[in-house]
Design a protein around this ligand. Structure first.
Ligand SMILES: NC(=O)c1ccc[n+]([C@@H]2O[C@H](COP(=O)([O-])OP(=O)(O)OC[C@H]3O[C@@H](n4cnc5c(N)ncnc54)[C@H](OP(=O)(O)O)[C@@H]3O)[C@@H](O)[C@H]2O)c1
Length: 231
């Protein structure tokens, strides 16, 4: 039986992944961090979709035990923080290391330890790589490396900007998406279609659809999928 476990389920992409999984009739567990201030809200939201909620602590032995006990076969890691969030929550400048790197690493290692996982889908970002520019992308790359090293069967997804209706509006993200898409459409009209398809934005629902498709495709194990393959 296929059982999916979605971390970052309360985020923009994670929520869409839970919706996509349930639309496909896949048994789904939405992980909500144990210290969430909105647990009751999320319980109601996911119950309405027919998904269970899990609040296991971000601790490797506990996480491995949960994955094993629930018979999880697919893990989606949609975790991440932003500079704006760090500022708003008074988090330190090393939050990329503590969130964007440490949590995917812990989850991948716990998944390998649990056994039975057929795919670990890690939501990374376009631009992640050994020569990535900036702390955000460098920590994404280190997280990708940690997933590879864990031994769990993985697919790494590197989308471009994700647009759509967020609960908490991010005007700069929406503006960047529109501006970049406009520019790329002009380039595409002049024949630069590869560039356009690589960098144009995608929506949360479209990305979620692609992530679930990749997770279920045996041929996508061990693959890195760039934005044009995530639409
Ligand atoms: N947004 C984009 O345009 C874009 C583009 C390319 C790649 N990506 C990648 O995709 C990832 C997800 O993007 P998104 O826009 O869906 O993110 P998002 O809406 O900000 O969601 C982030 C998720 O991570 C969780 N999280 C954050 N800090 C945490 C912590 N300290 N402990 C436990 N959970 C924590 C959040 O939980 P709470 O709700 O409990 O805080 C939330 O579920 C990003 O991190 C990014 O690398 C995003």
């Amino acid at each position: 039986m296929t059982v999916a476990f979605v971390t970052g389920a309360t985020g923009f992409t994670g929520k869409a992944v839970v919706t996509e999984l349930r639309q496909r009739g896949i048994a789904t567990v939405a992980h909500v961090r144990p210290d969430s201030h909105d647990l009751a809200k999320w319980q109601a939201h996911f119950a309405a979709l027919g998904a269970e909620v899990d609040t296991t602590a971000w601790e490797s032995t506990a996480m491995a035990e949960t994955l094993r006990r629930r018979g999880v076969t697919l893990v989606f890691c949609c975790i991440g923080t932003t500079r704006a969030r760090m500022k708003a929550q008074g988090e330190s400048a090393n939050s990329y290391e503590a969130v964007d790197h440490a949590l995917p690493k812990l989850l991948a290692e716990a998944s390998a330890q649990a056994g039975g996982i057929t795919r670990f889908v890690y939501l990374s970002s376009l631009g992640a790589g050994p020569n990535a520019q900036g702390a955000y992308l460098q920590w994404r790359w280190k997280a990708e490396e940690a997933v590879r090293a864990s031994g769990v069967p993985f697919t790494l997804a590197r989308p471009s900007i994700i647009t759509g209706q967020r609960d908490e509006p991010r005007p700069s993200e929406a503006f960047a998406g529109k501006a970049v898409d406009g520019f790329l459409n002009v380039l595409g009209a002049f024949g630069a279609t590869t560039l356009r398809d690589r960098y144009k934005s995608t929506t949360d629902a479209r990305l979620a659809h692609a992530l679930v498709r990749l997770a279920l495709d045996p041929a996508m194990a061990g693959q890195v999928v760039l934005s044009e393959g995530l639409r």
